[in-house]
Design a protein around this ligand. Structure first.
Ligand code: GRF
Length: 196
């Protein structure tokens, strides 16, 4: 059984989708949900599901990323995760941290990578006049939003879309894509999944 730690910063809707998918014959189970701030809404959702939680607030480290990541690892490693899932985790991780989990850390990003790395992806797709948008699950490598793509899901952009309405439709696809990719990944299958 693969042990999965999930890192969040906010409401944790992707975390909930992942946690709820790890049941029955699924080869993985959640062992930790960690947030970088104590008021992340996802913490209560994880606790309600009986999952161990931790908070490592990045602010006391005043930009000392290495020190923050040492504290992250001290909170994570006792749970001995086989896989790390970043799910709405809004801190950039350095090569030092990423290399410690090389080949076993996933992230979901709300764009069709390689388009729109970074933030405000929905507004950028709208500004560009794109006809479609979506989300990507990828392996995390030191370069931001850049690792091997493990899966994508697409949504059509509508003429009356705003960043918020588009984000809501993408989020629905995130909740389908991430659990599907995690199950394959936990089974050792890294072939790319493109959801219809
Ligand atoms: C989502 O748009 C996700 O793509 C991004 O963080 C946002 C919030 O995710 N990574 P969640 O509801 O906290 O899972």
């Amino acid at each position: 059984m693969k042990r999965v730690a999930i890192l969040i910063s906010g409401g944790g809707s992707n975390m909930v989708s992942l946690v709820d998918s790890m049941a029955g014959t699924h080869p993985a189970r959640p062992v930790l949900v960690l947030a970088n701030n104590a008021d992340a809404g996802g913490l209560a959702k994880a606790q309600a599901r009986g999952i161990a939680t931790a908070v490592v607030d990045h602010r006391p480290f005043h930009g000392d990323r290495a020190a923050f990541e040492t504290a992250l690892r001290a909170a994570i490693d006792p749970h001995a995760p086989d896989i790390l899932c970043l799910a709405g985790f809004m801190r950039v991780l350095t090569e030092g941290f990423v290399s410690a989990y090389a080949g076993r850390m996933l992230n979901i990003h709300p764009s069709l990578l390689p388009k729109y790395r970074g933030l405000h992806t929905h507004a950028r797709a709208l500004e560009a006049g794109d006809t479609e948008h979506g989300c990507t699950v990828h392996e995390v490598t030191p370069a931001l939003d850049d690792g091997p793509i493990l899966g994508q899901a697409r949504v059509a952009i509508r003429s009356d879309d705003t960043p918020d309405t588009l984000a809501a439709r993408v989020l629905e696809q995130e909740h389908r894509l991430y659990p599907a990719v995690l199950e394959r990944f936990a089974n050792g299958d890294r072939t790319r999944l493109d959801l219809d």
